[in-house]
Design a protein around this ligand. Structure first.
Ligand code: WT7
Length: 660
């Protein structure tokens, strides 16, 4: 079967069928950073030697002699006797190489204000900020919380913190006061860097008031001593005497003289919280040398970065791991020129992203399938009004990209020729693990395909044995990798239990996957109670516990239902307390959606809340979420024979149709 593009149409997951594939063009391959396929087997023969070679591209104040210490698994140490300064690797060394005049950041604010920041200027600002943080008492080993919009000061703040050997904990600006406070407490942060507000959807969205609320929770008394506030939204904020300081006032006292110190390679670099299968978010800890090695190597090779000529743009917010590795550390370590855009793709209209690509001549563009599907829905006539001919590589991350969205992305944004790298990785892996290499891999829409050189990822069965081509199973990483999570902050046991108890010496990613007949890897989604909504990870347990904290709710069950645009959507089923008389079912939906937003943040707001009389449970009392997921997706309800009361699902379905 052939479609209008003349490519072969097929169902790639079905055994024995032809799969459409797109090999790199001869021209692309010839110029690619990686175009010799022997890299795979050379790295596989001696992964440590491969990574040691990559690490040599960084600048070390003290060279390492030991590549990997795996004597106490699963606690890895990479390059541990070496020392480096991560910020100096992203800044000072480019100046020393004569690249100070290169643009580091083309900043585009949502209202249309712009700033062009060279490497020399960025270095200068980070040095000043580091001096300012020192004056506020920040020292090596401390943690600093960052709660900021997507503005250059967010990047400056991150780099200033790590320049001092301290670690940052960036909290996405969409999180609530409760979530912010929980993260501040867990990391015991003494300083919060925030902004008055940032622009979102044409309005100023306030941040500082949320910090105030967070610090006032639980009777005040947090670890936080100072709050540093960047002025951006110019919204009115209250400043607490003795605690709150304006960045622009404080910074004037500091000049740009600051010598970076080298810190041991295993110095904590950042903590980033992510949802797990229980209600409590996990503080994923990343350290310095190994993380920077893999973030920069993958950024250069997967995106085929040519720092002297490319204009790179990753649309992720710095509140997520993609923003850490592929807005801040990877690109800056590589001396790339990049675009940072503050706002949303639909402001003032759906042409905004494409106008930015045209304006700056973006050559490498990295975004998420959910955004691509949203743009597809609006229609190709919008991007077609812009000149996107500068694009030469496209990237995708966050969830499996459906082949239809893949083809649209390639045809409409990539002129039918740009390679698409579908990059699989996680907050825990720190950097890209499975992805095509654009100069080598014949691309298959919908598949992340190949483990990166030096990475041994595999699909295994329940016994941990690799499955055959054409078979499915669970995704594992079999050998330690440089940018791997080092532990869950303050909870080594949870780290061991979560990732290493299932298979012992293999890292369990939590994803299902399968090999096709060629041995390429196709990701099939999470196998645990973790949802993926617009490429963001949410825990069913966390949202359920937020719901039952509401005074009217007796019980709650949450599922991730398939959604055309967001991949999955949060759908909640709640039983209201029998004595409560305040909420009607319609009122409950509005109130509980709002409640979850206030408790966790807007990203967790349920698409729907259904009030039901009972939840489907097994005889031992376990909620059968699988059946609720069927109902939420409007599918025929699966096998109900193990239910304690087999009629429950009929009642729920009738209630969802509005019949009860
Ligand atoms: C989970 C990790 C990595 C940055 C963004 C999300 C899913 C991620 C892909 C992809 C299929 C993907 C997995 C993974 N995922 N990228 N290319 N194909 N699935 O980071 O919040 O830590 O979520 O996102 O399920 O486990 P995260």
């Amino acid at each position: 079967m052939t479609d209008e593009n003349g490519t072969i149409e097929s169902h790639p997951l079905h055994h024995g069928e032809e799969v459409e594939s797109y090999p790199p063009s001869a021209e692309f391959r010839a110029q690619a950073n990686v175009n010799d396929p022997s890299v795979y087997w050379r790295a596989a023969e001696d992964p440590e030697a491969y990574w040691a070679e990559q690490a040599q591209r960084l600048s070390w104040t003290k060279p390492f002699t030991e590549t990997l210490d795996w004597s106490n698994p699963p606690f890895a140490k990479w390059f541990q006797d070496g020392e480096l300064n991560v910020a100096a690797n992203c800044l000072d060394r480019h100046l020393a190489a004569g690249l100070g005049d290169r643009v580091a950041i083309h900043f585009e604010g949502e209202p249309g204000d712009t700033r062009t920041i060279t490497y020399a200027e960025l270095t200068h600002e980070v040095k000043r900020a580091a001096n300012m943080l020192t004056s506020l008492g920040v020292e090596a080993g401390d943690r600093v919380a960052i709660y900021m919009p997507m503005i250059p000061e967010a990047v400056i703040a991150m780099l200033a913190v790590v320049r001092l050997g301290a670690a940052h904990s960036v909290i996405f600006g969409g999180f609530s006061a409760e979530s912010l406070r929980a993260r501040i407490d867990d990391a015991r942060a003494e300083l919060v860097i925030t902004a008055d507000g940032g622009y979102r959807k044409g309005r100023v969205s306030a941040l500082k008031p949320t910090v105030d609320d967070a610090l006032a929770l639980h009777g005040g008394g947090s670890t936080v001593e100072r709050v540093l506030v960047v002025r951006r939204g110019e919204n009115e904020v209250s400043m607490q005497e003795g605690r709150d300081l304006w960045w622009h006032e404080e910074i004037t006292a500091f000049d740009g003289a600051h010598e970076p110190r080298g810190f041991p390679a295993e110095t904590p670099l950042f903590i980033l919280y992510t949802s797990g299968t229980t209600g409590k978010p996990k503080g994923i800890l990343h350290t310095s040398g190994g993380y920077l090695t893999q973030a920069s190597t993958t950024h250069r090779d997967v995106f085929d970065l040519k720092p002297e000529s490319d204009v790179y743009w990753c649309t992720a917010d710095i509140g997520w791991i993609t923003g850490h590795s592929y807005v801040v550390y990877g690109p800056l370590a590589n001396g790339a020129t990049q675009v940072i855009y503050e706002g949303t793709p639909e402001t003032p209209d759906w042409g905004r992203w494409w106008s930015i690509i045209q304006k700056y001549g973006v050559t490498i563009f990295y975004t998420a399938p959910t955004a691509i599907r949203a743009c597809m829905k609006v229609g190709r006539q919008v991007p077609e009004q812009y000149d996107l001919s500068s694009i030469r590589v496209l990237g995708s991350v966050g969830e499996p990209i459906n082949p239809e969205a893949w083809r649209w992305y390639r045809d409409v944004i990539g002129a039918g020729t740009a390679p698409i790298v579908d990059t699989w990785w996680q907050t825990e892996t720190g950097a890209i693990m499975i992805s095509p290499l654009p100069g080598l891999t014949a691309l298959k829409p919908g598949s992340a395909q190949v483990p990166q050189p030096g990475i041994t990822a595999a699909v295994v069965n329940e016994a941990g044995e690799q499955v055959d081509h054409g078979q499915g199973g669970l995704l594992v990483v079999q050998r330690p990798w440089p940018s791997m999570v080092r532990t869950i902050w303050g909870d080594d046991q949870r780290f061991v239990d979560t990732y290493w108890s299932k298979f012992g010496d293999q890292y369990f990613a939590g994803d299902g996957a399968r090999y096709d007949d060629d041995g390429d890897i196709w990701l099939l989604g999470r196998v645990d109670d973790v949802m993926n909504v617009s490429g963001h990870r949410l825990s069913t347990a966390e949202i359920e516990s937020a719901l039952v904290e509401h005074h009217a709710v007796a019980e709650a069950a949450v599922v991730g239902a398939d959604d055309e645009t967001t991949g999955q959507a949060v759908v909640a089923f709640v039983i209201l307390k029998s004595q409560q008389k305040l909420l009607t079912p319609e009122g409950a939906e509005v109130e509980l959606r709002q409640h979850v937003t206030a408790q966790i943040g807007a990203i967790a707001r349920p698409r729907q809340v259904f009030v039901v009389g009972e939840l489907p449970k097994t005889r031992s009392g376990k909620i059968m979420r699988r059946l609720l997921k069927d109902a939420a997706e409007g599918k025929e309800i699966g096998d109900t024979t193990t239910l304690a009361d087999t009629a429950v699902m009929q009642t729920i379905s009738a209630r969802m149709r509005g019949e009860l």
